[in-house]
Design a protein around this ligand. Sequence first.
Ligand code: G3P
Length: 218
Amino acid sequence: MKIFLDTADLDEIRRAADAGLIDGITTNPSLIAKVAGDRDPKEIYLEICEIVDGPVSLEVVGVDRETMVTEGRKLAAIHENAVVKVPLTEDGLKACRDLVSEGFKVNVTLCFSVSQALLAAKAGATYVSPFVGRIDDISGEGMDLIHQIRQVYDNYGYETEILAASIRHPVHVVEAMQIGADCCTIPPKVLWQLSKHPLTDRGLESFLADWEKLGAEI
Ligand code: G3P
């Protein structure tokens, strides 16, 4: 499963890229608003693309087909790794088809149902982003959606990749892997939580204490 980092925070992106742990980045307008300050978001997008050698999703903010396509072309021109992110609306699906026909990669975001995911695949999306955590937030079962989309895409051989998004904790990541999501986009905090285990800490502590007694060097 591909791991994307769900952030526009350059320090966090450098940290994860330096560890060689991530395959790409996803951003959205809320994530860029958290870090941009006075900077032009497009500059930050370019920096992200230069740090990470993999797909970087950059989201349009227009709501009609024509504006989305115009913005999509501009975002795609920032870097060859840019993936245009469009919302799962009627206009977003049309813009997806237009942009894909022009040779761009498209991530259709804000997916909350299997029927929406079906249309994203029909529109030729490279990725579809079902928002697991936000479904859990309203007492639904976000992972059921990943499961259902996997089943439908496999039934009909759709090549759109399932990009599990709105990930809140490590169990979401493990379940997405078990179900067979193609990618999972993870906030930095959750990425590092994946590496933690109390028995690892305890084991390391006792190994180091025992070695210390030897008074030796490697
Ligand atoms: O990138 C979109 C998605 O991952 C947003 O997550 O936590 O705002 O629901 P969240």
